[in-house]
Design a protein around this ligand. Structure first.
Ligand code: GPK
Length: 831
């Protein structure tokens, strides 16, 4: 077993012995006999041993220093693989790679054995993961709190061009990094009714009775800070049935209840809902929300009370950040605990709660807003509902006072209205901070979506432009470029990305340009190999790699991209001699299982790929690749290999985007609309180093407010567009079923029962997009200038580190204390 910490000198022999020992005790095997998976487990346990030392030390130090702690409450943590990242943050990656090589083991193959922990859908869940990395690296006390889904985001297989969802049994081989903590189990109660009893002190006691309960068992995952010995905790909750009844004493009713409770426990953490930016209103989803929130809030309060005596000062040591509205029941749950368990008055409990909870909004898409029917909400969470009703009653009184006689204000702002509980309103009214995730997004919240709330409580509103961790998305994902950056500006960028601006002076340096393009080429070769292995498609690493990877959603407009590819293909067929720089269009995207147009778009991409990739008459100038099962682990390789970053959402719809930042960090040029954080990316790198096109968010919002536009005018007047659209319904890409893509055609041209024609302005932006794509091609032909722009993108990406984002959360919202660990063997300094 390892005895020293990796922060002290890495002991190679000790590590090798530890791996051999683990293979023996875990599997009764020698290294030669062990499978790849078993070697992965043995390596992971050897590293965990090191991490646990640091973990214990960190928690001991936190107990001593008692810093304020943030609980990042989130339904999703899209962590990605842990092993490589942990090694990076322990600053032990190269040493371990060497040690494994001594043993005849390739570290890449070992890393590749780990299933991606995919407890998230996309941007929102990955943001949570980046934030945890930054919090640990910057020395802030933090817990991530979430759900240990038995099945995470589904695995995607493509069969006959269609997406097939395959269950993600990520725990099949066990998760070596987690620790089960049964001593912190909590009971969570659902259903029943609330009775009021007056106790001996004359106080009202609210008791939930006739309920069903579930036992919540926490599993802890270590979150390793970079090079600082700090290890924070991601605490994810599993569900187990409560052991509840003695066999002799149960009658029929007890038996029924026991069975129901067991089913509840079995179902509740079974699977992640695979919806991104979409509210489905399922009862089980609300159960999941209350399940992990009740357990997390109970634990936060208990932990606080173990060391403090005055619950009225809870907010001085604890803050809850609500990652979207999904955890918003935390507000009422905290009120409940403060009043029912600690006997605070309403006003006392409210004073604490409103200084503890803060809310992040991640979207303005109407279909993503959580609005629970009263019937469902009150049946499942009767006590919580009472509390929300009272919050609502008091809030409405306040609105009436401030806007006398304005019924409309109440209709627009009430928390409970029209038979529904509006979770965003609850979060805004009951928290001390409301933030958007990019400047433009926050402005739209203030001026449009949340205007009434902004008017009434402007002091709560603030912007926190998203960020990403450079440790995973450059240092781990792109080791060649990371080394090159370090060679030019030193390695401070790893914990202070602003330092990467030192690269600017190399943008016009011919040698630097050549080195950069060479690294990009090698990364393209690496991705080409992956694509050949996984997709059986051969792509030319000398072509332009033009990439759109993100969840499939109509507002993200993958359809615009593929329609444009169809248009280019038509152009090439018309004129095979035309100037055309070879291009590889790469897509990666999962569609929500029930999202028809999204799934059909995947089929269209693959159908176009089939035709284009196999048409000898275009001489391989266009290749279209749909990468199966886009996930964090292959994303790291994809960003590293990209030349062009497609960020083409309908302006105003993408709250921020974070993939855009990962591409930029890896030296891809943005082809995008003025949406989300693209605005700030362009502000940093300069318009001349990006390709911007299309409607502005103001223009989009104006169209929306004044009845849209008529895509038929474009269809009638533009033969190129008309031809492409006709190809959706004339069998060009589906000769066996000419009606296959009719729904996509209809979405663009025919007003549907629930939506306008071309709601996302694809036809309106089509020609500007095609024109921007021509600029891309022209720019790429000038290799030196392209390299200059690419280097500048890397150099100007400093703002988009999640370290910067977290520091802003700390300064403006959380006010956490920075923790520095004393050097081992040193007495800690007095505070
Ligand atoms: C927003 F509302 C949601 C959601 O349900 N899921 C999700 O991933 C994303 N998001 C936004 O769509 C992105 O623009 C943003 O960068 C990301 O959240 C993180 O803030």
């Amino acid at each position: 077993m390892l005895k020293k910490t990796v922060l002290q000198k890495f002991d190679k022999e000790l590590f090798k012995n530890s791996v051999i020992y683990n293979v023996k005790t875990l599997y009764r095997k020698t290294l030669e006999e062990a499978t790849q998976q078993q070697i992965f487990q043995a390596v992971a346990y050897a590293i965990k041993d090191v991490i646990v030392d640091n973990w214990m030390n960190t928690q001991k130090e936190y107990a001593k220093q008692d810093p304020k702690t943030v609980y990042y409450l989130s339904m999703e943590f899209l962590m990605g693989r842990a092993l490589g990242n942990n090694l990076i943050n322990l600053q032990a990656y190269n040493d371990v790679a060497e040690a494994l090589e001594d043993l005849g083991i390739d570290i890449n193959l070992v890393e590749d054995q780990e299933p991606d922990p995919a407890l998230g859908n996309g941007g929102l869940g990955r943001l949570a993961a980046c934030f945890l990395d930054s919090l640990a690296t910057m020395g802030y006390s933090a817990y991530g709190c979430g759900i240990r889904y038995r099945y995470g985001m589904f695995k995607q297989e493509i069969r006959d061009g269609y997406q097939i969802e395959v269950p993600d049994n990520w725990l099949a081989d066990g998760n070596p990094f987690e620790l089960r903590r049964p001593e912190y189990a909590k009971e969570v109660k659902f259903g029943g009714y609330v009775n009021v009893y007056v106790d001996e002190n004359g106080r009202n006691n609210f008791k939930q009775e006739g309920y069903q309960s579930v036992k919540a068992i926490p599993y802890d995952m270590p979150i390793v800070g970079y090079g600082n010995g700090i290890v924070n905790t991601l605490r994810i909750w599993d569900a187990e049935p409560v052991e509840c009844f003695q066999l002799e004493s149960f009658d029929k009713g007890d038996y029924q209840k026991a069975v129901e409770q067991e089913n509840l426990a079995r179902n509740i953490v079974e699977v992640l809902y695979p919806n991104d930016n979409h509210y489905a209103g399922k009862e089980l989803r609300l159960k999941q929300q209350y399940f992990f929130i009740s357990a997390s809030v109970q634990e936060a309060v208990e932990k606080y009370m173990r060391k403090h005596d005055d619950i009225r000062k809870f907010h001085e040591k604890v803050t809850f950040q609500l990652n979207d509205t999904h955890p918003t029941v935390a507000i009422a749950e905290l009120m409940r605990i403060l009043m029912d368990d600690y006997y605070l008055t309403w006003d006392e409990a409210w004073a604490v709660t409103t200084k503890t909870c803060a809310y992040t909004n991640h979207t303005i898409m109407a279909e993503a807003l959580e609005k629970w029917p009263i019937e469902l909400f009150s049946r499942l969470l009767p006590r919580i509902y009472q509390i929300v009703e009272e919050i609502n009653r008091r809030f409405i009184a306040q609105v009436s006072q401030q806007y006398p006689g304005d019924q409309n204000k109440i209709a627009k702002m009430a928390i409970i209205y029209d038979g529904q509980v509006k979770m965003a309103h609850l979060a805004i009214v009951s928290g001390y901070s409301v933030n958007g995730v990019a400047r433009l997004h926050t402005e739209i919240l203030e001026k449009q979506e949340l205007r009434d709330f902004y008017e009434m409580m402007p002091e709560k509103f603030n912007n926190k432009t998203n960020g990403i961790t450079q440790r995973r998305f450059l240092l781990h994902g792109n080791p060649l470029l990371a080394q090159w950056v370090t060679d030019h500006v030193g390695n401070d960028w790893i914990t202070d990305l602003s330092k990467i601006s030192g690269l600017k002076i190399y943008a016009e340096d011919e040698k630097a340009q050549q080195e950069f393009m060479n690294i990009k080429y090698q990364n393209k070769v690496r991705l080409a190999r992956y694509i050949l292995e996984h997709n059986g498609v051969e792509v030319d690493p000398r072509s332009i790699f033009d990439v759109q990877v993100k969840r499939l959603h109509e507002y993200k407009r993958q359809l615009l991209n593929i329609l444009h590819i169809m248009y280019l293909y038509n152009e090439l067929k018309n004129n095979p001699q035309m100037e055309f720089y070879p291009r590889t269009f790469i897509f990666g995207a999962k569609a929500a299982a029930g999202y028809r147009n999204a799934k059909l778009t995947i089929k269209l991409i693959n159908a176009v790929a089939d035709v284009v990739n196999n048409d000898p008459s275009i001489g391989g100038k266009i290749k279209v690749v749909f990468i199966e099962d886009y996930k964090v682990s292959n994303a790291e390789w994809i960003f590293a290999a990209a030349d062009v970053s497609e960020q083409i959402s309908t302006a105003s719809k993408e709250a921020s985007g974070t993939g855009n930042m990962k591409f930029m960090l890896n030296g891809a040029l943005t082809l995008g609309t003025m949406d989300g954080a693209n605005v700030e990316i362009v502000e940093e790198v300069g318009m001349e180093n990006a390709f911007i096109f299309g409607l502005s968010s103001d223009e989009v919002i104006r169209f929306e407010n004044y009845g849209g536009y008529n895509p038929m005018d474009i269809f009638n007047n533009d033969p190129d567009i008309r031809r492409v659209l006709m190809q959706l319904i004339n069998g060009t890409f589906a000769p066996y079923d000419t009606e296959l893509f009719r729904p996509l055609y209809n979405s663009l041209l025919n007003t549907q029962s629930t939506s306008k024609a071309d709601m996302y302005f694809i036809l309106k932006d089509f020609k500007p997009y095609a024109e921007a794509q021509r600029r891309v091609e022209a720019a790429y032909r000038d290799e030196a200038n392209w390299a200059k722009s690419a280097i500048l993108n890397v150099a100007c990406s400093g703002k988009f580190s999640s370290d910067r984002t977290i520091q802003e959360y700390v300064d403006d919202i959380w006010h956490l204390d920075k923790v520095v660990l004393p050097k081992r063997g040193e007495k800690p300094k007095a505070k």
